[in-house]
Design a protein around this ligand. Structure first.
Ligand code: KIV
Ligand code: ZN
Length: 524
């Protein structure tokens, strides 16, 4: 059973690896999931929702391994309202010292229509599935999906049933981001006042950001009595995303005077995990994103700089150090050594093993040869992109592009594919189009380019460009990123990176085990 917690303590339930990863294109590899889970555990997240074990062999393997690796966090898995899902979830999470089964069903009129159950049939199903989960695990969370659009009387009735059947946490999802702060607070307050047994369980809030109110709604729910916030790093999640962990945690810390609740989060770890999640999910953080955006602590206008120099509190309500952002420091250059690079990367929140450092150092030297000053943002971009893995089937060896005004561009690309060097020349509508066509000639595929995005990392003629690419083939989505002072080279690498990831996914499907098409929204 969930331990009794002090009245002012709010549990942080992170669902980056489940609701976040569910967002189209944000798919992470097995190792990336383990790495993010370890970072969440280390930063003090109370409960990690590690995945949806029945969705695929891959999800099951990741949740099981996360459960085995867990140090302090409670490891939770998601299960629909049926015994097979719940059993599979338990198999995956049972290895953790502290575990939780999270089972749910859509209770609003619209969601009830999907499995075509009457109110009574659904109530019975809730009783049976929660009891079953509780027989397996002493910590059970139950969610009435789309709670904020469920009839009040029915919501009270099913919550009471779930509590009686043994649920220890009742989560109130605002599945479609429909509620508003006052309503969110009132809903939780009234439920706690009305439902028999409500004071025996913890109420949780799970908000989506469709109307841009996920953070406000979550904090309002806490004011109404919720003591668990469900959230994701960078607000990652389907559609407009989920409540952002960094926002609710920093709001409670910064405005403790009006939001007098505490969490167990070490906020100095926020920046590092935000960057890592952005890298592995391929979802770049918007520059003006609260707390973790590139500009969140930048004060560029003259009047702001003057004010900052006189007293930083004029324009800064939080200290950059509090989220793990080191103060500005000197750029590196081509004479900087390995120790300086390691030191700088540690300041930026990246901790590297010796082998990783060796690989990054080679890429750093290559960049420093082409760019006079390597700024913090260049290093972050360098860390964000993979230099390619030894095991990659597709590798870029060299490329040459000829383009000019008024004609077609010509790209000759040489690649190593499964150990063999081959090259192709293709023509296209611009250098990137020609390059991608040459890559497709070398590695024929049906993958559809869903997204192609270029960002300048720093300013100036020698600035690096970060390129993100998302491809889709037969419902499998993969992202790739790369950075280079040459935008076309970065584009080629990002595209090849995405194709490599797609190959890995396809190989897993070929093993016949992956049933990825099962979504937690499939209720029947
Ligand atoms: O948004 C939602 O309703 C969910 C549930 C599974 C809790 O993610
Ligand atoms: Zn959700």
């Amino acid at each position: 059973m969930t331990d009794k917690i002090p009245q002012d303590r709010v549990l942080i339930f992170d669902t980056t690896l489940r609701d976040g990863e569910q967002s189209p294109g944000a798919t992470m590899t097995h190792d990336e999931k383990l790495e993010i889970a370890a970072m969440l555990d280390d930063m003090g997240v109370d409960i990690i929702e590690a995945g949806f074990p029945i969705a695929s062999e891959g999800d099951f393997a990741a949740v099981s391994q996360i459960a085995k690796n867990a140090v302090d966090s409670r490891i939770c898995g998601l299960a629909r309202a049926n015994f097979a899902d719940i059993d599979r979830c338990w198999e995956a999470i049972k290895h953790a010292g502290k575990n939780r089964i999270h089972t749910f069903i859509g209770t609003s009129p619209l969601h009830r229509a999907i499995p075509n159950l009457s109110m009574d049939e659904m109530a019975n199903k809730i009783h049976d599935t929660v009891s079953h989960a509780r027989n397996l695990c002493e910590d059970v969370q139950w969610s009435p999906m789309d709670a904020t659009r469920t009839e009040w009387d029915y919501l009270c009735r099913v919550i009471e049933i779930a509590i009686k059947a043994g649920a220890t946490t009742i989560n109130i999802p605002d599945t479609v981001g429909y509620t508003a702060p006052e309503e969110s607070a009132n809903l939780i307050r009234r439920l706690i006042e009305t439902v028999p047994g409500a004071d025996e369980v913890i109420f949780a809030t799970h908000c989506h950001n469709d109307l841009g109110m996920a953070t406000a709604n979550a904090l309002a729910a806490v004011a109404g009595g919720a003591r668990q916030i469900e959230c994701t790093i960078n607000g990652l999640g389907e559609r407009a995303g989920n409540t952002a962990l960094e926002e609710v945690v920093m709001a409670m810390k910064t405005r403790h005077d009006i939001m007098p609740w505490t969490t167990g989060i070490d906020t100095t770890k926020i920046m590092a995990i935000s960057r890592r999640v952005s890298t592995v999910s391929g979802f770049l953080v918007q520059p003006n994103k609260a707390i973790v955006g590139k500009n969140a602590f930048a004060h560029e206008s003259g009047i702001h700089q003057d004010g900052m120099l006189k007293n930083r509190e004029n324009f800064e309500i939080m200290r950059p150090e509090d989220i793990g952002l080191a103060g500005t420091s000197l750029p590196l250059g081509k004479h900087s050594g390995r120790a300086a690079l390691r030191d700088k990367l540690e300041h930026l929140g990246f901790e590297l093993g010796d082998n990783q450092l060796k690989d990054v150092f080679v890429r750093f030297k290559d960049l420093a040869d082409r760019k006079k000053e390597v700024m913090d943002d260049d290093l972050i971009a360098l860390m964000r992109v993979s230099g390619g893995d030894e095991g990659d089937a597709l590798k870029l060896v060299s490329m040459k592009v000829i383009c000019g005004t008024g004609g077609q561009a010509e790209a000759t690309v040489e690649m190593e594919i499964d150990g063999k060097d081959i090259s192709a020349t293709a023509f296209g509508d611009g250098p990137v189009d020609a390059t991608f066509k040459a890559i497709r000639d070398l590695h024929p595929n049906e993958a559809r380019l869903q997204l192609y995005q270029v960002h300048a990392v720093t300013e100036g003629m020698d600035a690096q460009a970060t390129v993100s690419v998302r491809v889709e083939e037969d419902g499998n989505v993969a992202t790739g990123q790369s950075a280079d002072t040459d935008t076309v080279v970065a584009s080629a690498r990002a595209y090849i990176n995405a194709l490599n990831r797609l190959l890995v996914r396809r190989a897993k499907m070929g093993e016949g085990a992956d049933t990825r098409e099962i979504s937690y929204r499939d209720l029947t």
